[in-house]
Each structure stands twice: as structure tokens, then as C-alpha cells.
Design a protein around this ligand. Structure first.
Ligand code: ADP
Length: 396
């Protein structure tokens, strides 16, 4: 069973093709295009590359195309992408303006190009379906809540992969099984030992931190939209609700302009004035740029704030896991985030931390009560697995 996972950006198309015929999924091909101006052609070129690489002979060989869709009104989980679901994504496009519109357009183009292939979406909100209501609710009137103003939380595929893989690596196969079964039984499969508590740090161009108990999310730093939680590359992250109307009045700008500045000129870019890329910010900070140093300090403080929040909620942690561009590659950031925490049982091994770059590794010291891990994320594999399950459960 071959499943293509397509990652759609406003000007990019990336893909991974998996053979999911048995339980040991195999990656058959991966590729992508940046600066795409003609999307139908990009899809055509993707299929041509898959054929040229002998990964497929024909698109009818694809059991499905899976997408890591973000958010839709009243829809989550892993679903077939019919017009009803696309309309639900359309209804919430304001919450994910960088993601929902290109996905809706891209999915329609895939549907036109290969009408007989199933198109399936695993929503990024899916991992939070079973989180306690108290962790997901804003203290707003009922009418606001009913209108969808609540925490939805994102990066679900990545955090779910962390839930499964951290349990596997730390010898908790019972919890790994529970995490794998989550979307079938809502996290009801039994575990054998003590509760298994993980704080998953997806730190990249956009960042979020999720608390995970026994394979299921209990809450996450991102709220109603991805415009929340930690400072993002050029998005503000958490901001007091009064700040927007105050800025509009005080700075004499429109709401739309304020939103633009908060989503394009804020975050690490706005703070540093240098770049939205942490590598360039670190270089500038090392050369003495005070704003660049402040940007890193704000980012680290925010990460520690959220880790602390879940550490308390989970009554400690068995593991803290780092993933995504910054989490997998930036040892200095991991060291700053985990610094000075020996009193709560978190001690890094400096050498192991410095050596860990985009590979699975335990980077905590042997005496650290909390294991600290680096795990490269594999969101596409999570999408492929859930897509396969949907096809099997619906009999094709
Ligand atoms: P996105 O959220 O857009 O998928 P990534 O997970 O790729 O982003 O993370 C982007 C961030 O990670 C950037 O700030 C970049 O500096 C950092 N990063 C990505 N890859 C590397 C790398 N190989 N080495 C160092 N830093 C990296």
C-alpha cells in the first residue's frame, strides 16, 4: 500500500512516499519544490519524479494522498477530504491564514488531477481531542466558546510522534502502544507501570510545547491559532488581549495592519531586528548585538515558562524531548532552556548535548532524574499511518 504525504505551502510542495504494506513502513521517495508559481505543474512534476525514480509506475498505484491539514470548523481527527471538510477548513481560514488557503487550493488540484485516489487529512488539532477541558478552555463567555474561541493547539502530528517514540526509546512499549492506538480508542488502552510523563518541545520556525501523559496530550502552548504560545519566527506568540485594540488606537494603525505586523514583523524577527532564522540571530548575538541577544533570551524564557507549566501539571516529568529545526540542531538553545534546573532533576550532559545534531540521542547526564532526548520529528509518517488506518477501517 503506497501512500503519498504532501506538504503544501503557499509557494512550496514537498512530499514523502511511504510503502505501508506491512508494519515496517518504508520511505520510498522524498522530494520537493520551492518557489512554486504553477501548482498544477508542480503536482505533475512530483508525479514525474516518482515515476522516474521507479517509486510508482502510475498514480493509480497510490492508495491515498495524505495531508497534514491544520484546522477546520467542527472537524478534527483523520478524515476524508471531501467538499464538506474543505468548506469547514475555509470557515477557519482566518485562524491559519498561512496554511488553510494553500491547502484548500492544493487539495482541490490533487482531486482534479487524480479523482480516483483517496485524499485524506490528519488535522494538527487531532492530538488534543482528549485533553482535559480545563486545559483547553479560555475564560470567555459561553457564546464566545460556542463560536470556536478556545484552545485548539497545533503541531499534533509532531507531538504525537514524540509521544510514541519517546516511550519506545525509554522502554515503555505499553505507553507507545497506547499512543499509537489513541485515535482508535481515545487513549483507553491499559498501561502496565507508573504514569509516563513527557514534555515535548517542537522548536522550529514555529514552536510549541505540549504536555503528554501516557501517550495523550494534556495541553499545549499554542491556543486558538498558531499565533500564540512561544515567540515564532516572525509571529508574536502570546499577547495580552488588550494589546491589539490599544495598539490600533495608540499607533493610529488599522486592525489589519496591526495583524500584519504581529504576524509578519514580530517574533524573533521583530525582537532581533536581524532575521527570523535563529542561526543568524545567534551569530549577531555572539558579535555583540544586544537586540539579537534579547530575542534569544525571550525565546528561552518562554520555552522555560511552558516546560515549567507542564512539569507542574504532570507532577514532574520522565522525559523532556526536543525536536524540529531548532530543537534538533541548536545545542546552545537546548543548554539555555535546560540550564540551572538541577533542583528539579534536569541535568544535561554538555558533551552529549553538543554532539546531538538531527539524530536520536539521550542528552541528559546519568544522574538526571528527567531524561532529556533529541528526536528528529517525522510528521509525514504519522500522517501516513493514520491515513492507512482510515482506508482500512473504511474498507479500501
Ligand atoms: P518550520 O517550522 O518552518 O518547519 P524548521 O523546523 O525547519 O521550521 O525550523 C526552522 C528553524 O530551525 C530556523 O530558525 C533555523 O535557524 C533552525 N534550523 C533549521 N535547520 C537547522 C540546521 N540544520 N542547523 C541549525 N539550525 C537549523
Amino acid at each position: 500500500m503506497k501512500i503519498l504525504v504532501a506538504n503544501i505551502g503557499s509557494t512550496s510542495l514537498k512530499w514523502r512516499l511511504f510503502d505501508c504494506s506491512d508494519s515496517a513502513e518504508r520511505l520510498l521517495h522524498k522530494g520537493g519544490f520551492e518557489r512554486v508559481t504553477d501548482y498544477p505543474k508542480a503536482i505533475e512534476d512530483c508525479l514525474a519524479e516518482l515515476k522516474a525514480a521507479n517509486a510508482i509506475a502510475n498514480e493509480s498505484e497510490l492508495a491515498a494522498v495524505g495531508f497534514k491539514t491544520v484546522i477546520a470548523k467542527d472537524v478534527t481527527g483523520c478524515v476524508r477530504l471531501d467538499e464538506k471538510v474543505l468548506a469547514a477548513m475555509e470557515a477557519y481560514k482566518g485562524l491559519a491564514p498561512a496554511h488553510n488557503p494553500p491547502y484548500i487550493t492544493g487539495i482541490r488540484l490533487f482531486a482534479q488531477r487524480m479523482p480516483s485516489v483517496s485524499l485524506v487529512g490528519l488535522f494538527e488539532t487531532a492530538f488534543y481531542q482528549f485533553a482535559p477541558e480545563a486545559m483547553m478552555r479560555y475564560a470567555v463567555p459561553d457564546s464566545w466558546h460556542a463560536a470556536g474561541i478556545r484552545r485548539w493547539s497545533f503541531h499534533g502530528a509532531s507531538h504525537k510522534f514524540m509521544a510514541e517514540r519517546s516511550a519506545e526509546l525509554l522502554g515503555r512499549e505499553d505507553v507507545a502502544t497506547r499512543a499509537r492506538q489513541l485515535y482508535i480508542d481515545g487513549g483507553k488502552s491499559p498501561i502496565n507501570g507508573k504514569p509516563f510523563r513527557v514534555i515535548s518541545c517542537h522548536l522550529g520556525g514555529s514552536s510549541s510545547i505540549t504536555g503528554i501523559l501516557n501517550g495523550a496530550a494534556i495541553g499545549s502552548s499554542m491556543g486558538m491559532s498558531p499565533q500564540s504560545g512561544l515567540p515564532q519566527n516572525n509571529r508574536v506568540g502570546d499577547l495580552d488581549a488588550e494589546a491589539l485594540p490599544y495598539a490600533v488606537k495608540t499607533l493610529g494603525i488599522s486592525v489589519e495592519e496591526a495583524q500584519r505586523q504581529l504576524s509578519k514583523e514580530s517574533g524573533l524577527k521583530g525582537l532581533s531586528g536581524v532575521s527570523n532564522d535563529i542561526r543568524e540571530i545567534q551569530t549577531a548575538a555572539a558579535a555583540g548585538n544586544a537586540k539579537a541577544k534579547l530575542a534569544i533570551d525571550v525565546y528561552v524564557a518562554s520555552a522555560r515558562h511552558w516546560i515549567g507549566s507542564y512539569f507542574l501539571e504532570l507532577n514532574g516529568a520522565d522525559a523532556i524531548v526536543f525536536t524540529a529545526g531548532i530543537g534538533e540542531n541548536r545545542a546552545e538553545l537546548r543548554a539555555a532552556i535546560c540550564g540551572n534546573l538541577e533542583n528539579i532533576g534536569i541535568i544535561l550532559d554538555a558533551e552529549k548535548n553538543n554532539a546531538a545534531c538531527a539524530t536520536e540521542a539521550v542528552i541528559s547526564a546519568p544522574e538526571s532524574r528527567v531524561k532529556v532526548l533529541v528526536i528528529p520529528t517525522n510528521e509525514e509518517l504519522v500522517v501516513a499511518r493514520e491515513t492507512k488506518r482510515l482506508l482500512q477501517n473504511s474498507g479500501n
